[in-house]
Design a protein around this ligand. Structure first.
Ligand code: GLV
Length: 394
């Protein structure tokens, strides 16, 4: 067993141990993948300011998200088909997050159903909703999420149509995989994955199959998106969902100050600044570059805002979390970083990913001369001149 010291190690194992179509699904962006690449390179362009000879004892990474205590200000994003990266993947990820003390978000497009995860998770989780044209189906999902005691609803706003990811089309992505010769040959090299998959009944979209009407191909995310997602989603429809839900509401997929202001005026409990990990609008700016203007639009200070601001897209190490917090975000969210852990080592891998990120955050914070994650601020950073103003409207 190799020594795991960073998320990249988990990623290498994930690639080795998981069928190509699912690894590729995780590790790709849309079209030219410019936004996908720059999400991480923009984080790297921001530097940390070293500070010495300050007491670094008694450090803490604890904080709160939506009024609940968290072990660090980090949440697990919804990721479609997590249960194809590893058998019962959503259950494993939810358990690891609950044990660690951070929130887990279950995707509408999950393999394990809301009920499966509810039965297995020791803590309430968040449920992510894709808004569909079939309002009965949406209402039914909300009822199921309420019954499962989900503590927040995350409504995704940036995927009413799917940005094309070339690899998914070339690989014929589906859940379960179609038994074509190349798929069979590839899956035969993933022995542990295959054995675990044979041992679970959960191999297709658990929230959908058996619940939705008139679906032509229940195994395909792209067919489902084209046929079912509501292209007319607007603020009035979001209001209908908010009223039906009645609980904490998080709006995900905001990457522009005007939209952020709308979301705050709308009364969202939190927004997730996101470009969907570079998987939707290729050419959109990285979220970390948009963050300061979005925070300005939402207003208020970290820990005291009525609309909390979380950020995803590009976070692969604890130093990235530190940068997001120092700029003023209330928390960061990860997708690929924990999926690599899951694909590598199941539940233990998700726990490992969280431990790695927290250790990196904690050590870097100490070397910046800070002891409390809630006190990180812009003075902890150095950015290239004009970094946040380098793109303007023509
Ligand atoms: C779905 O959320 C996807 O990005 O594939």
């Amino acid at each position: 067993m190799p020594v795991i010291t960073c998320i990249q190690d988990l990623k290498d194992l994930h690639r080795k141990r998981t069928p190509k179509m699912f690894y590729d699904y995780c590790e790709s962006g849309s079209y030219t993948e410019q936004t996908f690449r720059e999400n991480t390179s923009d984080f790297a362009d921001i530097r940390l300011r070293q500070k010495v000879a300050v007491d670094m004892s008694g450090r803490t990474t604890e904080s709160t998200m939506l009024g609940r205590k968290v072990a660090m200000p980090l949440g697990l994003c919804p990721v479609g088909m997590t249960g194809m990266q590893r058998a019962d993947g959503e259950i494993k990820a939810a358990r690891a997050a609950a044990k660690f003390g951070v929130p887990y978000t279950l995707s509408t497009m999950s393999i394990c159903s809301i009920e499966d995860v509810h039965a297995a998770s020791p803590e309430p989780f968040w449920f992510q909703l894709y808004v569909m044209t079939d309002e009965d189906f949406v209402d039914n999902l909300l009822e199921r999420a309420k019954k499962a005691n989900c503590s927040a609803l995350v409504v995704t706003l940036d995927l009413q149509i799917l940005g094309q990811r070339h690899k998914d089309l070339k690989n014929g992505l589906s859940a379960p995989p179609k038994l074509t010769l190349p798929n069979i040959v590839n899956m035969m090299t993933k022995v542990q994955w295959g054995l675990e998959m044979l041992g679970t009944p959960r191999r297709t979209f658990g929230n959908i199959v058996g619940h939705a009407k008139s679906v032509t191909d229940t195994s395909s995310l792209s067919t489902w998106t084209t046929e079912q997602f509501d292209p007319r989603l607007d603020w009035a429809k979001i209001a209908r969902i908010r009223d039906n839900w009645g609980g904490k509401l998080i709006l995900k997929g905001i990457n522009d100050p005007d939209d952020a202001r709308m979301a705050a005026d709308f009364g969202a409990d939190a927004i997730i600044v996101s470009n969907h990990g570079g998987r939707q609008l290729d050419g959109a700016l990285p979220t970390i570059r948009m963050l300061p203007k979005i925070l300005e639009a939402v207003g208020g200070e970290r820990g005291k805002r009525s609309t909390e601001v979380y950020i995803d897209s590009g976070i692969r190490q604890g130093q990235d979390i530190l940068k997001a917090l120092a700029l003023g975000a209330d928390a960061a969210m990860i997708g690929r970083a924990y999926i690599h852990g899951l694909g590598a080592m199941g539940e233990a891998g998700v726990s490992k990913a969280l431990q790695i990120l927290r250790a990196e955050l904690d050590t870097s914070m100490a070397l910046c001369g800070e002891r409390d994650v809630n006190r990180l601020r812009r003075e902890n950073l150095l950015v290239p001149k004009g970094f946040f103003d380098s793109y303007v409207q023509p």
